[in-house]
Design a protein around this ligand. Structure first.
Ligand code: DGP
Length: 114
């Protein structure tokens, strides 16, 4: 999508530190990390939010979770623990309207989240 910042990262029009990538999914380090490990896993295709997920997105969604699991191992948080989060809408604080899975770890994460 034209003006979408994460689509621009997918197209390499703006820089990002890439953590991993496959044909459907891109993972990059968050510009404003909330934990020592904070990576965003996104579909290369523009999907605005969890509310826009359709039946035909099953493959890309499973790829996102499998890639997040691989990165958790790569970052050394698979044994200590980590969190995967989708923010959806205003109350959840979704700031970028391109589906993204936050991978957070390497510190004790509070529950419930703020
Ligand atoms: P959310 O609040 O769930 O929409 O999270 C959006 C995240 O995206 C937030 O943690 C900051 C991150 N972010 C926003 N713009 C950029 C960018 O241009 N580059 C990178 N690497 N991260 C970004």
């Amino acid at each position: 999508m034209e003006g979408c910042i994460f689509c621009k990262i997918v197209r390499k029009e703006i820089p990002a530190r890439i953590a991993a990538e496959n044909s459907l999914v891109l993972a990059f380090y968050d510009v404003n990390p909330q934990a020592p490990v904070h990576i965003l896993v996104i579909p290369k295709e523009h999907i605005s939010s969890v509310l826009e997920i359709k039946e035909n997105h099953q493959e890309v969604l499973s790829q996102m979770i499998l890639l997040a699991k691989r990165i958790a191992k790569q970052e050394g948080v698979d044994q200590s623990g980590f969190r995967l989060v989708f923010n959806c809408g205003a109350d959840a604080g979704q700031a970028v309207d391109h589906l993204h899975l936050h991978l957070l770890g390497k510190r004790r994460l509070g529950w419930p989240p703020g």
